[in-house]
Design a binder for this molecule. Structure first.
Ligand code: DAH
Length: 339
């Protein structure tokens, strides 16, 4: 009996579990009702009473071992098949999921290149700003609501350090350097404590423009932005200016473009007015020039700022701003062809 047990043990240890069929063969051979191990149990009757204790132990050990073997090899085989199924099939044709540019990147690049053709250069500034660059130098009075906790993300509740609320802060950084004339555009990310909806987000993108030289006038501002609107929205585009207010410009205006969907006839995009507002602009306030060390008797300038999301939505007729940040491949793939 002892010998038989040892033989079987050896056979079990050497058994090759190559596939599912082998598992079943193992079960039939050793563990099934008519298998070798139950047969040994049947022989147990003939074992001498004094040997029974030892044989019983050995027999049970053998049975447990066979069952453990079957179980672990079964699990290992199952795992092998699932990994094989999820492994990349390198024989599949490639090129199906081609990467593309994000719509906001496409539009930012296009705006940059339009202004570069007019001689503007690209400037960048930090996303974490101090009060001076984001507000004070831009002529924001101390009690201005934009400085409020409700609108601005402060860092560690420090009232002096915040995430920039607009790219106008880059104007200050450039003017401070004191190299004149200035002709820059500054694309970048901005942050405001806003509830997220189809029309607003707490993170969005702007492009700022600044031109400072001797004898820069509002006519220069108009011509520059007219060129931009025609290049970006098409030759038939018209523009109009409405008086507005910004702390850092005087005179201030908002610019509308004729609706690129209906051509100005009126539709639900332009709320049947034929016009859509796209940016804020104006002549740089002399207080701002002086705060940045520029003589406002000698120099004048214009500035403008626009939201990239807004004009991207207009251009591509996107109706929900959240789509830009969700990384849904079905949305992003629609821009795959555009460089
Ligand atoms: N900074 C303004 C904003 O965040 C946009 C703006 C308006 C920028 C007028 C300008 C400007 O440079 O002249 O809404």
């Amino acid at each position: 009996m002892k010998e038989k047990i040892e033989q079987l043990l050896q056979q079990i240890e050497q058994f090759k579990f190559t596939d599912k069929e082998a598992l079943e063969n193992f079960r039939l051979k050793f563990l099934s009702k008519k298998g070798l191990i139950p047969a040994l149990f049947a022989d147990f009757k003939s074992v001498a009473p004094e040997d029974r204790k030892e044989m019983g132990l050995l027999l049970n050990e053998l049975k447990n071992k066979a069952q453990d073997y079957l179980k672990t090899n079964q699990e290992a085989l199952e795992q092998q098949t699932t990994t094989a199924a999820s492994t990349l099939d390198v024989t599949l044709p490639s090129g199906h999921f081609k990467g593309g540019r994000h719509p906001l990147s496409i539009v930012r690049k296009e705006i940059n290149s339009i202004f570069e053709r007019l001689g503007f250069v690209i400037s960048e500034g930090p996303e974490i700003e101090d009060d001076f660059h984001n507000f004070s130098a831009l002529n924001f009075p101390p009690e201005h609501p934009a400085r409020d906790m409700q609108d601005t993300f402060f860092i560690h509740k420090n009232p002096d350090i915040a995430l920039r609320t607009h790219t106008s802060s880059v104007q200050v950084r450039v003017m401070e350097q004191g190299k004149l004339p200035v002709r820059i555009i500054a694309p970048g990310r901005v942050f405001r404590n806003e509830a997220i909806s189809a029309r607003a987000h707490c993170i969005f993108h702007q492009i700022e423009g600044l031109y400072i030289d001797k004898e820069v006038s509002f006519a220069d501002l108009k011509q520059t932005l007219y060129y931009f609107a025609q290049e970006f929205f098409g030759k038939k585009t018209r523009i109009r200016f409405r008086p507005s207010y910004f702390p850092f410009t005087e005179t201030s205006a908002e610019m509308d473009v004729s609706c690129n969907i209906c051509g100005g006839k009126g539709c639900n995009i332009c709320k049947y007015s034929g016009w859509v507002e796209i940016l804020g602009c104006g002549m740089v306030d002399p207080n701002v020039l002086e705060a940045c060390g520029i003589d406002s008797n000698e120099y004048t300038g214009f500035a403008f700022g626009m939201g990239i999301e807004r004009i991207t939505m207009m251009k591509y007729q996107i109706n929900d701003l959240r789509l830009f940040f969700e990384n849904d491949i079905r949305f992003l793939q629609q821009f795959e062809q555009i460089q």
